[in-house]
Design a protein around this ligand. Structure first.
Ligand code: SF4
Length: 436
């Protein structure tokens, strides 16, 4: 039996895939550890959504080889699909597994024992001359044991063609898991003690298209709420054009968390057209109005790309004004990063680096102001908080259903408990709570 260290980069989908891998490995009797220095095999599920994500992949692979020169490394996922040869040349990398072969990763990493009976004995390698370096990252051993929030993959792939996006190229068309399988997985997580499940995928709003299901994501959510006792169900990102009345009606069940991450990408109509997005800013604004009428206090969060090719100061000003008007609860801001093979990478009008950085800083600053404004509405209120972990400073950290981050000083063990909590103050982007 071997010992694995698992590390996920990028999106929640990557994390959910690695959690599923961890469960299979543990089920087979292998070990999963939080420290790469104790592992026989390090597995990295990579991201290639931006050039920065690829840089992190390279950095992590080098750091792992230095942290444990004896361990072999398996590289999975989007960067492995985009640049297999380059990543295979990194020290200690023994497997490069692209997205289309990910499902078979366990079999590749744990072949049946040969005559020696020790298929996983690492090939000895000379120690790296570099000094040991390890930065703790998102190792999954701890998260799998934490058992508060489970990330459940419900589909893969996307049939859209946003011009900047490499993900739909690397992950292919929509493939959905059968609803019974998703419900069974969530029921199993509930039995293990998880309080919350997050439905993840590349494009979860497209769930069921390939299965010929008309009720799609709404039908799946309904099935989960009806057939399991899950205390909280949360959705990851949903494309705005996939949100309709049947989905919004589901929030009458308070177990569905009041958070919708609706990627906008730009608030400028002309930029959105060049991005190949399927919704105009005006349509997006009408949808936000409809959502707030149906579910008051819904945390609407979004992604914004700044410096898309051709975005001049006037377009950026239109975008930032629109974002302010939408009063988002949280923004994820990405400076444009050309991805090989995408139409946007070939577009003219590339925004110079200093302007990219300056626009990203302005948009992030707006994001912080909007987040603070959203958060402060809840000061003085009592809300339910799922406590996830105790921080190094001794404070418990948890989340409300509408994704407010709350901290509290409490001597009791709050881990994985949902408590009524009075929100009494604010400190560094967090609300300070008192357990009632
Ligand atoms: S909706 Fe657009 S950005 Fe999202 S995965 Fe599909 S093509 Fe990419």
């Amino acid at each position: 039996m071997a010992t694995f260290y698992l590390h996920s980069l990028g999106c929640r989908l990557n994390q959910s895939e690695l959690e599923a891998l961890a469960r299979r490995l543990v089920g087979m009797g292998h070990g999963v550890v939080d420290d790469p220095a104790r592992a026989d095999i390090c597995v990295v599920n990579t991201c290639a959504v931006t050039a920065e994500a690829e840089r992190k992949t390279r950095h992590l692979l080098r750091a792992l080889a230095r942290a444990n020169p004896q361990a072999r490394i398996a590289v999975l996922g989007c960067a492995a699909t985009l640049r297999p040869e380059e990543l295979a040349s990194f020290p200690n990398v023994a497997w490069v597994i692209p997205n289309e072969e990910k499902e078979r990763a366990v079999e590749a990493l744990t072949p049946t024992p040969g005559p020696s009976g020790h298929p996983l004995t690492p090939t000895p390698r000379p120690p790296s001359p570099s000094p040991p370096l390890w930065e703790r990252g998102r190792g999954l051993g701890e998260e799998v044991r934490a058992r508060t929030r489970a990330f459940i993959k419900i589909q893969d792939g996307c049939n859209n063609a946003c011009t900047y996006c490499i993900v739909h190229i690397l992950r292919g068309p929509v493939r959905s898991r059968p609803p019974e399988e998703v419900v069974a997985e969530i029921a199993a997580r509930v039995r293990e003690g998880y309080q919350e499940a997050v439905l993840t995928g590349v494009n979860i709003g497209a769930y069921g298209q390939d299965l010929g299901r008309k009720d799609g994501l709404a039908g799946l959510i309904q099935a989960v709420l009806t057939r399991t006792d899950l205390p909280r169900l949360r959705l990851s990102s949903v494309e705005p054009w996939d949100v309709g009345g049947s989905l919004l009606a589901l929030w009458s069940d308070r177990r569905l968390c009041r958070q919708l991450h609706l990627p906008l990408q730009s608030g400028c109509e002309a930029t959105l057209r060049r991005m190949g997005r399927r919704m105009t800013a005006a349509e997006y604004a009408r949808l936000v109005e409809q959502i707030r009428a149906a579910v008051p206090e819904m945390a609407i969060t979004t992604d914004i790309i700044v410096g898309f090719p051709g975005e001049d100061e006037a377009e950026f000003a239109e975008s930032i004004a629109f974002v302010e008007r939408m009063a988002f609860a949280r923004l994820h801001v990405f400076p444009f990063s050309p991805r090989p093979g995408t139409p946007a990478a070939r577009m003219e009008g590339r925004v110079p680096e200093p302007a990219l950085r300056e626009r990203a800083a302005r948009m992030r600053e707006l994001g912080e102001r909007l987040a603070a404004r959203y958060r402060r509405q809840f000061l003085g209120r009592e809300m339910e908080v799922l406590w996830e972990r105790r921080r190094q400073d001794g404070l418990w950290h948890g989340l409300t259903d509408n994704y407010l981050q709350v901290v509290t000083a409490c001597p009791a063990d709050l881990h994985n408990r949902i408590t009524r909590t009075r929100l009494v103050g604010e400190e560094g982007g967090f609300l300070v709570g008192e357990v009632v």
